[in-house]
Design a protein around this ligand. Structure first.
Ligand code: SAM
Length: 272
């Protein structure tokens, strides 16, 4: 199985679980991004990279934007199109960012939970080329943290039993350990932006979301949407999910997850 094939199929295999169980993004984040970019409605084009099933798309498009969405996986794009059926200003292109030619310069480019999937050798060049002078780039991610220390410890033992890479599962962090503000070590896209003379006005912000309750079956569906589980073969994936189910059932049959959403903003400098 090649890396390229894995990338194409990884989320589309679990597209309905993805759409049902992944969280959206805070309304305050949408307002802050649009205010930073100076985009207040239609007329100034906006580009979204890796739109998936539209978790961010719907929130941005609801503000009346002219939005072009790139999504290379046809199964994700089909659900995206379904979710945006009532939003006529959303235009979906089934393509990766690296395979696409921008037909114009955009006032804002944003990317939710997908920047790490783009080619690290090309993504900044392509972003700079897609933006108008002074145009804004916004990158953001949801992070999960589990609220119950006892459940956290027992699920960490499951991760160890199945050799899952530490830190990559949604129950890997304890909510009490997540700081309210972004820490310097966490800020790799911010550091890359700060070191790139083509971008300026770098801003970083963390948003705290509500605690989400996942009953056992919903939690297994959430895990099934995550690349660390998707990359396992069917038999080991079934085993680890059965182990998780037994542990969660033993703790009352639900997982409470807190969300922190980290946002990185910058602007294309006008002179370069
Ligand atoms: C974790 S999902 C995020 C989806 C959505 N933005 C969200 O917030 O739920 C990552 C998405 O990036 C897409 N993707 C992967 N490689 C890409 C590329 N080269 N260009 C654009 N999108 C890509 C995947 O198909 C997937 O839908």
């Amino acid at each position: 199985v090649t890396e390229q094939r894995d990338r194409r199929i990884v989320f589309g295999e679990a597209v309905e679980q993805y759409d049902a169980q992944r969280p959206g993004y805070p309304p305050d984040l949408v307002s802050d991004v649009l205010a930073y970019a100076g985009v207040r409605g239609p007329g100034r084009p906006v580009l979204e990279l890796g739109a998936g099933t539209g978790k961010a798309t719907v929130a941005f498009a609801a503000r009346g934007l002219d939005l072009t969405c790139l999504e290379p996986d046809p199964r994700m794009a089909a659900v995206l199109t379904r979710n945006c059926a009532a939003l006529p200003r959303v235009h979906v292109e089934i393509t990766g960012f690296e395979q696409w030619s921008a037909p114009r310069e955009f006032a804002l480019l944003y990317c939710a939970q997908a920047w790490h999937w783009l080619d690290p050798r090309r993504r900044w060049d392509l972003t700079r080329a897609a933006l108008e002078p002074g145009g804004a780039v916004a990158l953001f991610w949801n992070g999960n943290a589990i609220t119950d220390p006892a459940l956290h410890a027992d699920l960490a033992a499951v991760d160890r039993r199945h050799d899952l890479e530490p830190g990559r599962t949604p129950h890997a962090l304890l909510a009490a350990d997540v700081p309210d503000e972004l820490e310097r070590d966490d800020t790799w896209p911010g550091q890359e932006l700060a070191g790139d003379p083509r971008f300026t006005d770098v801003t970083e912000r963390r948003y705290r979301g509500p605690v989400r309750r996942y009953p056992t079956a919903a939690y297994l569906d959430l895990l099934a949407t995550m690349s660390i589980y998707r990359m396992l073969d069917d038999a080991p994936r079934a085993k680890v999910l059965a182990d998780v189910a037994e542990v969660v059932d033993g703790h009352g049959g639900a997982v409470d997850l807190a969300t922190a959403t980290d946002l990185f903003l910058a602007r294309r400098v006008r002179a370069v």
